[in-house]
Design a protein around this ligand. Structure first.
Ligand SMILES: [Fe+2]
Ligand SMILES: [Fe+2]
Length: 278
């Protein structure tokens, strides 16, 4: 059993809510972020154990300021440990980008080497797909640009192929927001929300691959604030897989990029954590 699944089982047994998807100021998309300790202090007040999941993208390894390059990683891990050892319960994970094996086998190979080298520094590694056809589909203007040259059907197909490869890569203990390709589908988004999206059979297949590979599945509720207006995976699918695949292990993640969002998400964290146990 991987360590992430152990963490979830332990939390459920103790009825201790966990939020295992938190970004500190070390994530590349955070400008006004918070430290490990600031989240831990807030988590203690809320009664929620935080688990960190900063972005790890091997495409940035060669940037000198990158927190996960070899000269810098020690400082990052030490900062987490110093905060935790001052008296808090917390976990250290990473949200690790997996790339198209056709376009960027080199990046995935670098990732695999790095994860193996640093596996003892972290509690868990969570895979994630943000790039389709070399474009960040979770960033609105980028997806808009991609749609000028590729149909959404093609983007979905490519996304699900990379997702399947990522789950089956054996690199990850968990997988994040498995149907995030629909982030901008819906009111206020870029694309229409089609009926079949929230029950897409390819999302189901991905989740079943997670179950078969002993990979935990994130229940990410940041999507409620996106045009998608649902969890990732969609709540209907979460409930379906929970009933049909009793071996599926889910973990709750708010995808907070600052303490205020972490605090504002607390009610949802408790609600969805409770649903894991029902
Ligand atoms: Fe993400
Ligand atoms: Fe994230």
């Amino acid at each position: 059993m991987n360590h992430l699944i152990e963490i979830v089982h332990d939390a459920v047994a103790k009825q201790q809510p966990i939020d295992l998807h938190i970004h500190t100021k070390s994530s590349i998309d955070v400008t006004q972020g918070n430290s490990f300790e600031e989240f831990m202090v807030a988590g203690e007040k809320l009664g929620i154990v935080p688990g960190f999941l900063d972005h790890f993208q091997s495409e940035y390894f060669d940037k000198p300021s990158y927190p996960f390059s070899e000269p810098n990683i020690g400082v990052y891990v030490d900062e987490f440990r110093a905060a935790r050892d001052s008296g808090y319960k917390a976990y250290l994970g990473l949200e690790v980008d997996y790339y198209s094996p056709d376009l960027h086998a080199d990046r995935n190979a670098r990732t695999a080497e790095w994860l193996d080298r640093h596996k003892d520094d972290f509690d868990y590694f969570v895979g994630t797909i943000h790039d389709v056809f070399d474009t960040k589909i979770t960033i609105r203007p980028d997806l808009k640009r991609l749609l000028k040259t590729h149909g959404f059907n093609e983007i979905q197909q490519e996304y699900y192929q990379i997702l399947e490869a990522g789950i089956n890569s054996g690199l990850f203990d968990g997988f994040a927001h498995v149907d995030v390709v629909y982030r901008f589908c819906g009111k206020g988004g870029i694309l229409q929300l089609e009926d079949g999206y929230s029950t897409d059979s390819r999302t189901v297949a991905g989740m079943e691959s997670c179950v078969a590979r002993d990979v935990a599945i994130e229940l990410n509720f940041r999507g409620l604030d996106h045009p998608w207006h649902d969890t990732y995976p969609a709540e209907a699918l979460f409930k379906k897989i929970k009933i049909e695949s009793p071996g599926a292990v889910f973990f709750t993640g708010s995808d907070s990029h600052d303490v205020v969002t972490f605090e504002q998400s607390a009610t949802m964290t408790r609600k969805y954590f409770q649903m894991l146990q029902e």
